[in-house]
Design a protein around this ligand. Sequence first.
Ligand SMILES: Cc1cc2nc3c(=O)[nH]c(=O)nc-3n(C[C@H](O)[C@H](O)[C@H](O)COP(=O)(O)OP(=O)(O)OC[C@H]3O[C@@H](n4cnc5c(N)ncnc54)[C@H](O)[C@@H]3O)c2cc1C
Ligand SMILES: *[C@@H]1O[C@H](CO)[C@@H](O)[C@H](O)[C@H]1NC(C)=O
Ligand SMILES: *[C@@H]1O[C@H](CO)[C@@H](O)[C@H](O)[C@H]1NC(C)=O
Ligand SMILES: *[C@@H]1O[C@H](CO)[C@@H](O)[C@H](O)[C@H]1NC(C)=O
Ligand SMILES: *[C@@H]1O[C@H](CO)[C@@H](O)[C@H](O)[C@H]1NC(C)=O
Length: 474
Amino acid sequence: MWWPTTMTLSEFLNWLCIVQLISGVMSVDTSSLQALLSPGARIDSDASQSPRWSEYKAPRPGSVVHPATEEDVQITVKWAINRSVPFLVQNGGNGWATTFKLDQTGILIHLDQLRSVTFNSNNTQATVEGGALISDVVAAAAAHSALVLTGTCNCVGALGAMLGGGFSNLMGQYGLAVDNFVSLNLVKPNGEAVTVTPRNAGLWWALRGAGPNFGVVTSAVLKAYPVPASRLSAWTGPLVFQPAQLEPVVRAIQNLTLAPEMALSLNFINQAGSPIILTTVFYHGTEDTGRAAFKSLFDIGPIADSTAVQPYAAWNDGSNGPCVKGGRRPNWGVGLASMDPGSWRDVYDVWAELIKWPSAENSSVLMNLLPTDKARSLPDSSSAYPFRSTVKMFAVFGAFYRDPAFDATAVSYGQRARRLWQATDGLAQHSTYINNAFGDESLQTIYGNSLERLRQLKEQIDPEGRFNEWFPLS
Ligand SMILES: Cc1cc2nc3c(=O)[nH]c(=O)nc-3n(C[C@H](O)[C@H](O)[C@H](O)COP(=O)(O)OP(=O)(O)OC[C@H]3O[C@@H](n4cnc5c(N)ncnc54)[C@H](O)[C@@H]3O)c2cc1C
Ligand SMILES: *[C@@H]1O[C@H](CO)[C@@H](O)[C@H](O)[C@H]1NC(C)=O
Ligand SMILES: *[C@@H]1O[C@H](CO)[C@@H](O)[C@H](O)[C@H]1NC(C)=O
Ligand SMILES: *[C@@H]1O[C@H](CO)[C@@H](O)[C@H](O)[C@H]1NC(C)=O
Ligand SMILES: *[C@@H]1O[C@H](CO)[C@@H](O)[C@H](O)[C@H]1NC(C)=O
């Protein structure tokens, strides 16, 4: 017999019913919502159809609503407010924050049917829907011979990344993504739909850095930069170094003079059991200018060089591996004003120990360095993103494993690495890009000098605290 042997069959069936009843009570009854939505909208009770990049402390919704129109989003929010049903928006599903609290009593509003990216007649503006991925934006922009600022991983939600600030390979030329918004269509925490422009002073400021705390952005108009064919390519790709070369690599990066056309990332990767140091260089120009600009790295003697001139549509191709969803991936981000070779060696040692655990062999470290002069041409107070004039590099320590029993060990490694970096961060106060934060930091670390104004706006715009799952302000 496969049911508990102390039960009769009818007792067993009763027990099953009770179990079903309990799970029925736990989940959300969305039957009255479907009729209000447009015909293309869907509601699933199965959240596994909306996978996330990290399952560590991920939201666990009772139902998933897939709106088909911007108005469906508003209807869903109003419906949820009316019934006091908690809700959370999902775009690319890459956010790794540990501040999510959505459970079976709540709904996930997954924007995966709102992925259109359209251009005005002269390709100077792009309208990006709330669920578009970076891959959608890049494909559409390339087809229109225009550049639009996006992050460097195709799977990430375009607006999900932008609403926290938005770093891209083009930041040196065009600033942060939030500096390139023209207007945002927003469903506010009270269910009202509005178009936010610079005339809406408070919301315009708050959405550009702390967006997920102030409503659902159903679409945004962004500046686009029409360019000749020659500007639709860049020299980019990985240079591989041996672990023993870490210090000279760190010194060279620290000493680089960044032209606006440049970008660089540094990774620690375990490649088939061999730890390697990888830098991905980017120069929006020819191979010769790129090689000259990164000469100090070539002088160290990389053991492999896979750089090449790549078309715009292929710039993010290297991200396809890190983009795969699933598994547990807590990540700890820190902002740095400079790089200390000793601290980087210490973080390397922490990482090298972590990857010896067989279950955590694919854990990694990432750092992004981008030219900040263009972003710094605006004051820190110009948007809620607080670190224009202070932070130069963004480092992330990421544990990657599958077994929840490893959580506590992973957390101890992540916290150790973060402490090591912070001890030499060169900043007056520890700072973390909101989109890289873990969730145990102080709000001051995440929101910097924007915190006080954000709290005031939060009280006015979301007094009920309905948007409180992303490093909540109240
Ligand atoms: C592999 C990888 C690569 C990355 N590369 C970059 C990069 O190059 N540049 C960069 O800046 N960041 C990058 N990040 C960080 C990234 O910005 C954050 O992980 C971001 O939160 C992911 O957004 P998402 O839409 O994919 O995730 P989600 O988890 O869907 O969203 C993150 C948060 O934003 C909210 N949100 C999403 N869309 C909306 C919306 N339309 N309106 C209101 N709230 C919304 C969600 O509710 C959630 O709270 C990367 C992350 C990963 C995992
Ligand atoms: C929900 O909507 C009904 C019908 O419109 C209304 O009577 C009720 O007051 C609303 N409840 C809340 C909590 O908004
Ligand atoms: C592009 O078109 C818009 C109207 O859609 C116009 O306001 C703008 O001046 C044009 N820009 C250029 C560079 O032609
Ligand atoms: C740092 O840069 C300066 C000037 O660009 C150069 O003279 C010096 O050799 C560099 N140092 C290192 C360690 O790369
Ligand atoms: C690590 O990545 C490699 C290459 O993608 C893969 O074959 C392996 O299964 C991964 N290991 C774990 C523990 O996930």
